[in-house]
Design a protein around this ligand. Sequence first.
Ligand code: ADP
Ligand code: TRP
Length: 336
Amino acid sequence: MMRTLSGIQPTGNLHLGNYLGAIRNWVRMQDEMPGEKLYFLADLHAISMPHVPADLTANTRAMTAALVACGIDTDRSLLFNQARVPAHAELQWLLNGTARMGWLNRMTQWKDKAGKNREGQSVALFGYPVLQAADVLLYQTTHVPVGEDQKQHLELARDIAQKFNNDFASEDAPVFTLPEAITPPQAARIMSLRDGSKKMSKSDPSEMSRIELADDADTVMKKVKKAKTDPEPLPSEAKGLVGRPEALNLVTIYAAVTDKTVDAVLGEFGGEGFGKFKPALGELLVETLRPISTRFNELLGDREALDAILARGASHARELGRPTLDAAYTALGLVR
Ligand code: ADP
Ligand code: TRP
């Protein structure tokens, strides 16, 4: 039996990188992957860093609106937020007995985020990957679509599951399924519009560096036209873009949106300058994002509908997770 699950932190607005690198694949998987699909907002993960409570609430609703606007269909997929499914936090605690300090100390995300100030970080930031393991293991998940940066956390989830099964379950009745990380081949890595060596990110201080799904047509056009480029015309093959990261990024975006290869796009635009390519890319993005931002803005105003979506997804998720949570308590000898 296949079960696909993925999560995203509800911090700030979705941008084109999130859409082309993650969300669009979630939407496609609804058709392409058999079995259940579970998508959730990792709001519990969001408290591992300093945060403003009212912003977290607003961002959770906004991200829900964005996911639905992008095509997550709540009749075919479960969509919920972690905080409404207490089993995530419960299972994390149960797994804390199995996860090793040494394993967590090796996580590159922990090292990057903590930097030189490990002592000053929250315990939640250190334990973040254990909660992520709980997210996945709670549902006997088989497939987890994630970006490269999350693969290490998935490996850790497998290690925790394996050790727990070894220590507390018999071989013919393991408590947890070992999940597999999948990085879809179409998952494009989109770079900043201001600097082709940095990824497009919501934490970039410059709004001009990213296109947000909520941007209106004029804003999208302006950001594309002001994107950093070089004075050369476009080459007619991908190898001509070596050493031209900004040019490569714009062509990559065009290719991702149209589902073409970079070579195919260059076959069309090779020899042209950016004076011609940028308006074409801008138009394409405006047309692609128009239905998404229209739907997003409609939904954003309907708080009740958004809360109802999350509540329904959570109620279904609580049911799906219950047998595994029960089995974990029992395996550990906990009496309830
Ligand atoms: P951000 O860098 O904006 O904070 P996150 O790290 O929260 O984004 O990532 C959320 C999801 O979007 C992850 O699945 C990640 O792999 C994907 N993602 C984020 N930025 C990009 C990008 N520039 N290109 C492709 N995918 C991205
Ligand atoms: N840590 C992931 C990220 O930052 C989000 C996440 C939380 C997740 N729990 C998960 C992704 C479980 C996949 C499976 O992108």
